[in-house]
Write a protein that binds this ligand. Structure first.
Ligand SMILES: Cc1cc2nc3c(=O)[nH]c(=O)nc-3n(C[C@H](O)[C@H](O)[C@H](O)COP(=O)(O)O)c2cc1C
Length: 209
């Protein structure tokens, strides 16, 4: 089938908006920021990815509003004011707290503490990292880009940051490499579905040149 997205994302026979099931699997950027008052914020973003490796840059997309309001998400408000964020890898072990941190709560709530996670100070940025996560990337904002708004006028935004510090749990370094099977990173599929990396799902393919 073919359809034009300007007519919406649920053409027959789809019973749910289909777009999020079309670009899969997506990594989950579990993004920590801090308010100017020092309140820690943490939220998952599957519109997230690495953009380049040298220098390392990543992006995440805090789209839309906090539920029931026309206020931007705290992950956008904070980064606009401070210019700093941290990517934390979300792993299978962290599924429940990751999901908990997607709830819309007042900006005054420390979402890392509320989810029972360990806030660990970073080296070069003010937001703490999630100590329970095996990977954290300290980031400074390069660009905040206004993307086209939704068909109902809801804003979409992309935040691009340069990685200025990298934390890797020694326990996931094996034979000089980072071991994905030990980390079991989570990936987002469409609808409410997720996938994770297991040893059986990993294979190696040399490049032709
Ligand atoms: C796995 C997962 C992925 C998500 N990805 C996004 C995303 O890419 N962009 C977005 O705006 N919201 C996304 N959300 C919803 C946000 O996490 C949610 O709106 C969160 O409350 C924002 O929090 P904040 O106001 O503290 O920034 C996602 C939620 C989950 C559970």
């Amino acid at each position: 089938m073919y359809f034009d997205p300007k007519d919406g994302m649920r053409p027959p026979p789809f019973t749910h908006s289909v777009y999020n099931a079309l670009v899969i699997p997506r990594p989950i950027g579990w993004i920590s920021t801090i308010s100017q008052d020092g309140v820690i914020n943490l939220a998952p973003f599957s519109f997230f990815n690495a953009l380049c490796g040298d220098p390392p840059c990543v992006m995440y997309c805090p789209n839309g509003y906090k539920t029931g309001t026309t206020e931007p998400k705290d992950s956008l408000t904070n980064v606009r004011l401070t210019g700093e964020f941290v990517f934390n890898m979300c792993t299978a072990d962290l599924l429940e707290p990751m999901n908990a941190t997607s709830a819309h709560v007042p900006a005054s709530v420390d979402e890392m503490a509320a989810a029972g996670l360990d806030a660990v100070a970073c080296e070069k940025v003010k937001p703490p990292r999630v100590g329970n996560s095996p990977i954290a990337l300290e980031c400074k904002v390069l660009h905040i880009i206004d993307m086209p708004a939704s068909r109902t006028g809801v804003p979409n935004t992309t935040v691009i940051g340069q990685v200025v510090g990298i934390h890797i749990d020694d326990a996931v370094i094996v034979d000089g490499k980072v071991d994905a099977a030990r980390m079991r990173p989570l990936a987002r599929l469409g609808y409410l579905d997720y996938a994770t990396i297991t040893p059986e799902s990993i294979f190696t393919l040399p490049r032709p040149d």
